[in-house]
Write a protein that binds this ligand. Structure first.
Ligand code: AMP
Length: 384
């Protein structure tokens, strides 16, 4: 059923698996367009649940809950990639899931992901598949130090990873194998991390968002700067790579492509996310169409709108430990576009919201970030 393409119109119901901030930011423009939203999440008061028409409370792998979501929805989409295989199988057979399952399966597993990217003709960091300590030692011999070992499945925001700088780090790293297969990657001496979000609709029309320059702190995205401060050649290459992946994978929906850019402007793909992405939040105000509206348009079979950048922007994530600082600054900054996700508990590293600062230039926006935010952790200050 999922293969036949339909147009889903305002008034119909979009079912979202996952009630976090990405689901919420998908639901908001969808509701403005007149769609109804159903959401599946384990908790009642989820960020998306707060703005949804129907809430299904249940675990993501609970097939009964998945069936209830499908019952009230004309189309199913998702806000995260780790969807249970059985649930996905059932949905693809019995509901309308225009995004399909192949890209989800690819992005759930780093080995499949890297192989698929290479097969699509795009470059990833040299890697080795690791199933044992012996594989790891052989892999290190081939790739050299430093390298990074990552669990093939289940990691995010740097979790499930170990950097190996010398042989002394092997002992600690090898523990990751307890979680199953791993990937050893050569360390890329990148000058910048960038990302491109590409959206493709059910008729194959493609739209690309401007390249974002991402600054991570403690492996969590801290800032996205747009336009990225990179050469025109690098920008073109980054966009080309993202579009090539979208075409090769016959993408329907949104694909975020995270990349490393080296001193000599080579691009290596780091990771894929088959959904709207934190590094595209700037698009809500800075682009003619946001990544979230575009995602809804794509899966519902509507034509894609313009992704033109209207103004330079810096997006800053608000983690649990920044909330107070941001709230204290709100009244004095009229150009701060504030988003809080409705999460009750401000845990230390939890993403609670974001601020997008629009200015006439990236430098002005960055200067404002540095002057206004008081980061207790000095490493959080914007790198200029
Ligand atoms: P990931 O979860 O794979 O996105 O990794 C988290 C962060 O670790 C990335 O954003 C990079 O800053 C860093 N990292 C991961 N893999 C590599 C690599 N092969 N070379 C250099 N840095 C890396």
């Amino acid at each position: 059923m999922s293969l036949s393409k339909k147009t889903i119109l305002p008034g119909q119901t979009i079912g979202i698996i996952g009630g976090g901030q990405l689901g919420r930011m998908m639901a908001l423009p969808a509701r403005e367009m007149g769609y109804r939203i159903a959401v599946l999440d384990p908790v009642e008061d989820s960020p998306c649940g707060q703005v949804a028409d129907y809430k299904i409370i249940g675990d993501y792998h609970d097939l009964e809950a998945i069936k209830r979501l499908a019952e009230v929805s004309e189309i199913i989409t998702y806000e995260f990639e780790n969807i249970d295989a059985t649930a996905l199988e059932w949905l693809c057979e019995n509901a309308y899931v225009p995004q399909g399952k192949s890209l989800l399966e690819i992005s759930q597993d780093r080995v499949k992901e890297k192989t698929a990217i290479q097969d699509a003709g795009v470059q990833v960091a040299p890697f080795a598949v690791i199933n044992s300590r012996e594989d790891l030692e052989l892999g290190l011999e081939r790739l050299g130090f430093p390298a990074v070992l990552k669990t093939a499945r289940g990691g995010y925001d740097g979790k499930g990873q170990a950097v190996i700088k010398t042989t002394q780090d092997i002992e600690e790293a090898v523990k990751l194998l307890e979680h199953g297969q791993c990937v050893l990657e050569k360390w890329v001496a990148f000058k910048k991390e960038i990302s491109v979000i590409v959206v493709r609709n059910t008729t194959g029309e493609t739209a690309v968002f401007p390249v974002g320059e991402n600054i991570h702190v403690n492996n969590i995205l801290h800032q996205t700067i747009v336009p990225a401060r990179i050469s025109l050649r690098a920008e073109e290459q980054a966009i080309l790579a993202a579009v090539q992946l979208a075409d090769e994978f016959e993408l329907v929906g949104t694909l975020a492509v995270e990349m490393f850019l080296t001193e000599d402007d080579q691009i290596f793909i780091n990771e894929l996310a088959p959904r709207p992405h934190n590094s595209g939040h700037y698009s809500i105000e800075a682009c003619e169409t946001s990544q979230f509206e575009q995602h809804i348009r794509a899966v519902c079979g509507l034509p894609l709108s313009s992704t033109e950048l209207l103004k330079p922007a810096v997006m800053v994530n608000i983690l649990g430990d920044h909330v107070q600082n941001v709230l204290e600054n709100l009244t004095t900054h009229k150009n701060w576009k504030i988003h809080f996700y409705g999460k009750n508990e401000a845990k230390l590293k939890r993403k609670m919201g974001h601020v997008t600062i629009l200015c006439d230039s990236v430098d002005t926006a960055l200067a404002e970030v540095n002057d206004s935010f008081i980061w207790e952790d000095k490493s959080l200050e914007a790198k200029r």
